[in-house]
Design a protein around this ligand. Sequence first.
Ligand code: NAD
Length: 280
Amino acid sequence: MKNHYLNRLSVKDKICIVTGGGGLIGMKHSEAILEGDGIPVLLDIFPEGMAKVKKDLQDEYGEDINVETFVVDITKKEELINIRTLLLQKYGHIDVLINNAANNPKVEGGSKNLGATRFHNFPMDIWNQDLAVGLTGAFLCAQVFGEQMEKQQSGVILNISSDYGIIAPDQRIYRKEGVPEDQQTIKPVSYSVVKHGIIGLTKYLAVYWANKGIRVNTLCPASLYNGQDDEFVSKISNLIPLGRMSNPDEYVCTILYMISDAATYMTGATLIIDGGRTIW
Ligand SMILES: NC(=O)c1ccc[n+]([C@@H]2O[C@H](COP(=O)([O-])OP(=O)(O)OC[C@H]3O[C@@H](n4cnc5c(N)ncnc54)[C@H](O)[C@@H]3O)[C@@H](O)[C@H]2O)c1
């Protein structure tokens, strides 16, 4: 029967939570879920981003699609428990969690936060905030939604890391000529720590829940093109064997693969999609 295997690329009627769902890649995760006939449930601290994502999804897939949105701070466990209760009252199951939210400082271009992200004076409050969203938030979401998956004996958790979960940032690509050394903007240390840490969380949970029907994996996207200036695009492209940044669309099929029954033997894995950057 043709499509015998392709039919596995389905999350039909599955409740698929996306943290940071109102951001750039949250939209793409939602497209993957809708392409697989699932129900995206967006969680974000800012309503505006989610409203835009929902509107864009309706423009793309039709007014009648089912997209749930919740304004929530994922660092607050009680808020997550409330959402779990509401989802279970309405649907009775929770099937997929994509831990996508992270503070993702845009340091390219050199114009913002000059010097503020350098290591020797990196502010403790930013460190705490970044770890709270990127690591504690993922930990809490796994705890709260994973508890239900454990009851169901089925579920998928996909943690979003980065090429910076594998390699250190090459800070030369963020440099600006004429700016004093102590004012040069760099990718902050917290980003590396969060993105490496989430791979550890994946491996831990993959083993912890291996016999409970829950698969846990990491996807490392890299270098999304989002209107960065030509100088930055040229510098980073030189570090990538494919010679270019990625298009956000280039992760969608992989996301659907990883959260669907097409990937039933994949757990604890770190899948890197980076145009080859980390092999150089
Ligand atoms: N954009 C890239 O180039 C790139 C590359 C590699 C990896 N990533 C990773 O992909 C993921 C998504 O990136 P993005 O570019 O879409 O980022 P983004 O900044 O556009 O979206 C992140 C979203 O998280 C939300 N958020 C922040 N704190 C929150 C909290 N406490 N509770 C709930 N929501 C909160 C923000 O409001 C935002 O909508 C991140 O984990 C990022 O590290 C991005």
